[in-house]
Design a protein around this ligand. Structure first.
Ligand code: PLP
Length: 405
């Protein structure tokens, strides 16, 4: 019945009882799930940086993965152009602008050789972070188990799992296994997250692992596999990162323009994959946001349209070259200091083992005005490691290395 679709009497009675209960309380407190969230990884570091900067110290911040370089000119010009589009001021749809989705499908075919239906298999998101946490709203029930790697981008365990009142099942990533998880540990999980090229370790996945993961997704329909591809384009030398959808269509994959277009503040990305998964994501998002600003979606489309097959636009090639040089320099410099460094052809993160207690190493760096992130901030299995984000000029990175030395 149409009436039922719009209004549910039982629900509204329960709601008003609930409201009375809350009015009786004198102190309002946040939801209990918030109390289960640890402090956000970078909050304490940011406080320390602010304190030092206020005291006039020259702090070199290799903590947060926020590109120091500006977006390419063509990218910002495209935004200015689309700001003047006569329809740019309207609400977008939660699935995203139809024209933009067509461009994404064309890019995906050229870049990854994967066909996507723009009407059913693509949803624009307000950056990968929003997309990932909205996937949680779409799929995770209270009490469910979500398989999250450790160390990992904290949003899988917190924004997705804890904020949906679910439980984390940890998939440890160890150097001996190439920082790839044991999928047997994920059996029975409601969702499973993986991310290659990987933050924080810089690891890339092997062909064997992708096939194993595809087999898992195909044979465990109870588990929704999400590959977070935030660093798909941040690769160096001859390495080209594949899409997980090349191995199976039984999955979703999150893409972001934040890193490779130096555009973290634009908040734009997209999610692709199995049509019923995408449709659940759109349903959740339609209650949370009203779509990314149309002008930014079109800017994203212009950026992706610059790809010729696997070949990125020249701006992206230039950005990669800079991060690649920083990476090679830093890997060598840290190895010269005797650290055990993970060498990688991808991401602007360097992951290095510094002994059992990385916190004292991080504190010593801070004492010398260099900020690095302690591995435990990415999960317990990150203990003993530090992450350096190469988001400073090569000269500043060189200065940081001499301070660390
Ligand atoms: C692994 C990973 N996924 C997703 C994101 C989210 O990126 P954004 O929300 O800027 O698209 C990040 C950002 O650091 C990340 O490292």
């Amino acid at each position: 019945m149409l009436r039922d679709a719009f209004f549910c009497d039982d629900n509204s009675r329960a709601l008003s009882a609930n409201r009375k209960h809350h009015l009786n309380k004198t102190v309002s407190s946040p939801a209990t799930r918030l109390t289960r969230l640890p402090e956000y990884l970078f909050a304490a570091l940011e406080q320390e940086i602010a304190r030092k900067t206020a005291a006039g110290r020259d702090v070199i911040n290799l903590g947060i993965g926020d590109p120091d370089l500006p977006p390419p000119d063509s990218f910002t010009k495209s935004l200015q152009l689309h700001a003047a589009d006569p329809d740019a001021h309207f609400y977008s749809s939660s699935r995203g602008d139809a024209g933009v989705r067509k461009v994404i499908a064309k890019y995906f075919k050229g870049r990854f050789s994967v066909e996507l239906d723009p009407d059913t298999q693509i949803c624009v998101v307000l950056g990968g972070k929003e997309g990932l946490s909205s996937l949680g709203r779409a799929f995770v029930n209270p009490g469910d188990v979500v398989a999250c790697p450790s160390p990992a981008y904290p949003v899988y365990a917190q924004g997705v799992t804890t904020l949906c009142d679910a439980e984390v099942c940890t998939l440890p990533l160890h150097k001996e296994n190439g920082f790839l998880p044991d999928l047997n540990l994920a059996v029975g999980a409601r969702m499973l997250f993986v991310n290659y090229p990987n933050n924080p370790t810089g690891a890339i996945a092997t062909e064997f692992f992708w096939n194993q993961l595809a087999d898992f997704a195909d044979t465990h329909p109870e588990t929704i596999v999400c590959h977070d591809h935030a660093y798909s384009e941040m690769t160096f030398d001859d390495y080209v990162a594949p899409s997980f959808l090349q191995y199976t269509q039984n999955a979703v994959e999150m893409h972001s323009l934040s890193k490779v277009f130096n555009a973290t503040g634009f908040r734009i990305g997209y999610c692709v994959g199995r049509a019923d998964y995408i449709s659940a994501l759109v349903k959740a998002k339609s209650q949370i946001d009203s779509g990314a600003p149309v002008m930014i979606q079109r800017e994203m489309a212009d950026g992706l349209a610059g790809y010729k097959g696997q070949e990125p636009p020249k701006d992206v090639i230039a950005i990669r070259k800079i991060y690649g040089e920083r990476r090679v320099y830093t890997e060598h410099a840290l190895k010269d200091l005797g650290l055990d460094v993970v060498e990688s052809p991808a991401t602007f993160y360097v992951w290095a083992r510094v002994g059992d207690d990385e916190m004292s190493f991080v504190q010593k760096c801070l004492d010398h005005d260099v900020v690095v992130t302690p591995g435990r901030g990415f999960g317990a299995e990150g203990r003993g490691y530090i992450r350096l984000a190469l988001t400073q000029s090569l000269d500043r990175i060189k200065l940081a290395m001499s301070r660390i030395a």
